[in-house]
Design a protein around this ligand. Structure first.
Ligand code: ADP
Ligand code: MG
Length: 247
């Protein structure tokens, strides 16, 4: 889907240290509404930390994150509200084991957002149907495969009606045969115009889902380009070395 010109997220000169170690060293990034940004880079380069900063899970040391025209560090911004607008799905799905699929999904919208049960239930059922889990709303997480749990986690995030979703290696813990069914769901979201930042090690998926690729190494953005450009003609030696590992 064609991204709009409306800037949704503007990350400015972001720095993050752990102790005296710089992990993000001046990240500048603009994301438009409807855009799908894929973040690639070797393990430890700061991808997860960047996503965690964007949804306020990590405090930053310097720089700013402007979301929908306002700094997320603004005094009158509530982090809780930011986290509802900026959804995040992790490698570990973090579903509550003692709650059914539908109870897991309804929790956030009803408790934090105080929405009507009927409205959320209808939305949840529609989305579960879409991801092929229409018959599993009363199952417990232990009764589901990893791929099914990850699809539930995505539906749970979608039911909060976020303006953007961050995906951090959501297929990394899955058996190979379950990777596709989860990536399929994310591809469909992209087609529907959901704004997303995606960290992945699935290069074919990256190529097909991304509007834009950024390649990070050691806390900085080394390359920023279209998927075709990046995969066919990487500009830097570091990116070439990184891509060689996947061939
Ligand atoms: P990536 O997701 O690209 O693999 P991360 O963002 O997880 O990288 O980590 C970047 C660097 O920051 C790594 O060296 C990691 O060990 C370090 N790091 C991440 N989280 C913490 C933390 N909570 N405390 C200290 N160091 C951390
Ligand atoms: Mg990571």
């Amino acid at each position: 889907m064609e991204a709009s010109k409306e800037v949704l997220l503007n990350i400015k000169n972001l720095h993050k240290n752990f102790g005296d170690r710089g992990v993000l060293k001046g990240i500048d990034l603009v994301l438009h509404k409807g855009e799908v940004l894929v973040i690639l880079g070797p393990s430890g380069c700061g991808k997860s930390t960047l996503l965690r900063c964007v949804n306020g899970l990590e405090k930053t040391n310097q720089g700013d994150i402007i979301f929908q025209g306002k700094s997320i560090y603004d005094k009158d911004i509530k982090m809780r509200e930011i986290r509802q607008k900026i959804g995040m799905v992790f490698q570990s799905y973090d579903l509550f084991a003692h709650m059914t699929v539908i109870e897991n999904i309804l929790l956030g919208p009803m408790k934090s957002q105080k929405r009507e049960k009927e409205e959320v239930l209808a939305l949840a059922r529609m989305l579960l149907e879409k991801v092929g889990l229409g018959d599993r709303e009363n199952s417990y997480p232990r009764e589901l495969s990893g791929g099914q749990k990850q699809r539930v986690a995505i539906v749970r995030s979608l039911c909060m009606n976020p303006d953007i979703i961050l995906f951090d290696e959501v297929t990394a813990a899955l058996d190979p045969e379950m990777v596709r069914e989860v990536l399929e769901v994310i591809l469909n979201l992209a087609k529907q115009g959901m704004t997303m930042m995606i960290v992945t090690h699935e290069m074919n998926f990256a190529k097909s889902v991304a509007d834009r690729i950024i390649f990070m190494d050691e806390g900085v953005i080394v390359e920023e380009s279209s998927p075709t450009e990046f995969f066919e003609n990487p500009k830097t030696e570091r990116a070439k070395q990184f891509l060689n590992k996947f061939e």
